[in-house]
Design a protein around this ligand. Sequence first.
Ligand code: IMP
Ligand code: MG
Length: 178
Amino acid sequence: MIKKTLFSREDIQTRLDSLAIEINNYYGDEPILVIPLLRGGFMFASDLIRRLTMPVEVDFMTTASYGFGKSSTGDVKLYSDLRANVGGKNVLVVDDIIDSGYTLKFIKEHISKHNPKSLKLCTMLDKPSRRKVDIKSDFVGFEVDDLFIVGYGLDYENLYRNKDYIFTFDDIKKERDE
Ligand code: IMP
Ligand code: MG
């Protein structure tokens, strides 16, 4: 398989600096509860929260969407729920990518039931051309085309999440569309 780098380590770190400024400006000194979605969101969230200047609380949720890898069925499963109380808090959900949008729509509806003061979404990547439901990410690192993306939290068959750059394998798209 031939790897093609889409965003280098430097591209990512530079974008994180400007994205964090957007988020810092938006919230000011208000405390926020950051919820990285496991597993894909862990690397991005860890780099992002180091750059946030307000008081930050962190909690995690684990999700998986069935049928992903071919095409998402929209059947989102929650493997682990929050420990934190979200009532009255500014909640920022952080994930690696928004693709069909099923995952973040499900998470947004789930968290909304607990009456947060505000609820925003932040994703490193956005594939707008793949959206199946009407949802947008409020803070986006990079928009990408309809390619299968790997690295920096994103996996291919559970591998490569550890890479500090974002890449694609030339021949994956074909496999995924079959
Ligand atoms: P959704 O389709 O927006 O619900 O995205 C579901 C999840 O699929 C994301 O949180 C990612 O973990 C994963 N995903 C979506 N697109 C890609 C990709 O291009 N590469 C690897 N994982 C992806
Ligand atoms: Mg994910």
